[in-house]
Design a protein around this ligand. Structure first.
Ligand code: GTP
Ligand code: SPV
Ligand code: MN
Length: 603
């Protein structure tokens, strides 16, 4: 072996042989100036945020304690689905919904990209744990990165540093996750404020449980504990081990009778998970507390019920549209500070601002670092701008949010953003029908991924960009899990759409806190206390079946939002058929049967 001396490489705070060997190998390949093991301490946070301030990447906010504003390179603002790969050994195991490349071919390409890619930079080694540290089997990972922004974001989004490394022992299993901005610095070369590379790869190796990311500093591409580990790799683990890794929020709903229910909900990116997770009910006596806003890991408990855990430690939420009217709990959480804001606007007095916060100030610095006034033609904030804030400081976090046992789920909501066709709420007939609803879920694309927005696409279980294997096998996994448990112990599945529009294009349903009315109806369905009408697509309430007391909306709008329209559904059938044809042979028979039943019912 060549004797390479890189400062810090010898000072590893662990004896874990596989980890040490990997760190050594990556350091020799990427050639950083030094190696630093992240410990997760306050001192580390202070040092790195200061380094980012000195580099011009961060601007400290005067109005929020210990908080920072960052603007990315304008090309590096969202997940890059086109550049995201599932590199399974067999192409068939990635399936029609994923980009695929042979693992050795991908590794050959990326090894050349990584060669020397950390020159002039510091290589950080971040041990982390997804989910509670005191889990029976802690879910460990290590991210290597050359981005300080990633290290401080991981401080918020994961349990990391010394407390995670303590769980590694000398041989614990972990997911190695390699990240580089792909922006080496020559001696004397001045850095830019948001280094990244035009060439991007977000690659996953499901069999060896590895993640290799190159070229982007944006959250979903760079914070590898999040989508890469907790959804793409974890979904493969879940398939093999009989559990579910899902793009779902987890909330606790308490009724006026003080009965608690836990609900998980899967909506595609930028379709309302964070908002529902933190909702303030508009109906008296009902309370919502939050356990998570983006990812749920669900396993069967000994009692046969499905228990959910949130693997994350923070919220990485869409900023625009968030304010004291729509999501007061998110506003209160970020007001406490200790937060990062990326691609929002900066006010002249040192606070953040974005569209949806009410009257804009007379002058702002836009996310593009340009002067902005209310007359400006461009948005002040990127539509996918984000806040990053710890769950710990959310006033309505449920006390059990960090409990490794998880919480028993009573209802699963699937939802999308559809201007037509999909009623405000539909209850499935049973698990298999609910799985069909999830598998055929559709939604208009949003700014959370690079590409055209507003295009209707199938987004099964809101997992289209996150299923780490063949979508047909994933559907089969859902079908199989439903057969494993007693039907009455399984969560009841509902399909919601907060985004249906009237002829004049406005939303028919006021949404946000008013969504509590739908949660209440769903829980009362489970308890056998509320009514619904059977339709070809499932059970739908009439306006009279919902608690609409005090709702400030015309009842015709609510009726239109709830409408089952047979013609619109008949038009949907060929799209579902096309979707199943794309998935191919692996579409479970149960789901094909569901489709046939639906066609017959529609006549
Ligand atoms: P990701 O973090 O990308 O996974 O998104 P998310 O599913 O958590 O979405 P989020 O709650 O951040 O909402 C995204 C956008 O939808 C924001 O602009 C919200 O203001 C808007 N939104 C959320 N809930 C509702 C609703 O009930 N009705 C309407 N009309 N808009 C909503
Ligand atoms: C999403 O896009 O679904 C997000 C944000 O939650 S990211 O972490 O970028 O994936
Ligand atoms: Mn998400």
């Amino acid at each position: 072996m060549t004797a390479v001396t890189i400062p810090g490489l010898e000072q590893a705070p662990t004896n874990h042989a596989r980890l040490l060997a990997w760190v050594q190998e990556v350091a020799e390949l990427t050639c950083p100036d030094e190696v630093v093991w992240a410990d997760g301490s306050q001192g580390e946070w202070d040092r790195l945020t200061q380094k980012l301030v000195d580099a011009g990447t961060f601007v400290p906010l005067k109005k929020k304690p210990n908080s920072f504003w960052a603007a990315s390179d304008p090309s590096d603002v969202a997940r890059v689905e086109e550049r995201t790969y599932i590199c399974s050994v067999r192409e068939e195991d990635a399936g029609a919904t994923n980009n695929w490349m042979d693992p050795s071919e991908m590794k050959a390409i990326m090894t050349e990209l990584y060669r020397g890619c950390m020159r002039g930079r510091t290589m950080y080694v971040i041990p982390f744990c997804m989910g509670p540290l005191d889990a029976e089997k802690p879910m460990l990972g290590v991210e290597i990165t050359d981005s300080e922004y990633v290290v401080v974001s991981m401080h918020i989004m994961t349990r990391m540093g010394t407390k995670a490394l303590a769980l590694f022992g000398e041989d614990a299993d972990f997911v190695p996750a390699l990240h580089s901005l792909g922006a080496p610095l020559e001696p004397g070369q001045e850095d830019v404020q948001w280094p990244c590379n035009e060439t991007k790869y977000i690659s996953h190796f499901p069999e060896t449980r590895e993640i290799w990311s190159f070229g982007s500093g944006y959250g979903g591409n760079a914070l590898l504990g999040k989508k890469c580990y907790s959804l793409r790799i974890a979904s493969v683990m879940a398939r093999d081990e009989g559990w579910l890794a899902e793009h779902m929020l987890i909330l606790k709903l308490t009724s006026p009778e003080n009965k608690a229910y836990y609900i998980a909900a899967a909506f595609p990116s930028a379709c309302g998970k964070t908002n529902l997770a933190m909702l303030e009910p508009t109906i008296p006596g009902w309370k919502v507390e939050t356990l998570g806003d983006d990812i749920a890991w669900m396993r069967f408990g000994e009692d046969g019920r499905l228990y959910a855990v949130n693997p994350e430690n923070g919220f990485f939420g869409v900023a625009p549209g968030t304010d004291y009217h729509t999501n007061p709990n998110a506003m209160r959480t970020i007001a406490k500070g200790n937060s990062l804001f990326t691609n929002v606007a900066l006010t002249d007095d040192g606070d953040v601002w974005w569209e949806g916060m009410g009257e804009p100030p007379a002058h702002l610095t836009s996310w593009k670092k340009q002067d902005w006034t209310p007359d400006s033609e461009e948005l002040s904030s990127h539509p996918n701008s984000r806040y990053c804030t710890p769950i710990e400081q959310c006033d309505i976090k449920a006390p059990e949010w960090d409990d490794p046992k998880g919480v028993p789920i009573s209802a699963i909501f699937f939802g999308g953003r559809r201007a037509t066709t999909i009623p405000l709420v539909t209850e499935s007939r049973d698990w298999q029908h609910g799985t069909f609803m999830g598998a055929t879920l559709s939604s208009e694309t949003t700014a959370a991924a690079v590409g055209k927005t507003g295009v209707v696409r199938r987004d099964p279980m809101a997992m289209l960009p996150f299923i780490g294997y063949n979508a047909g096998d994933y559907f089969q996994h859902w079908v199989d899990l439903g057969k494993r448990a007693d039907a009455d112990k399984l969560p009841k599945i509902f399909y919601v759409n907060w985004f249906r529009r009237g002829d004049d294009k406005r939303f028919l349903w006021p949404g946000f806190g008013e969504n509590s009315r739908i949660l209440k109806w769903a829980i009362e369905r489970i308890e056998g206390k509320s009514a619904a009408t059977e339709t070809p697509i499932g059970y739908i309430p009439t306006a009279a079946d919902l608690d609409l007391e005090g709702l400030d909306a015309p009842v015709e709008d609510i009726e239109a939002a709830l409408e089952f329209n047979a013609d619109e559904w008949r038009a949907e059938i060929p799209l579902v058929e096309e979707w199943f044809a794309k998935i191919g042979d692996k579409v479970p028979t149960t789901l094909r049967d569901q489709l046939e039943t639906l066609k017959q019912r529609l006549g």
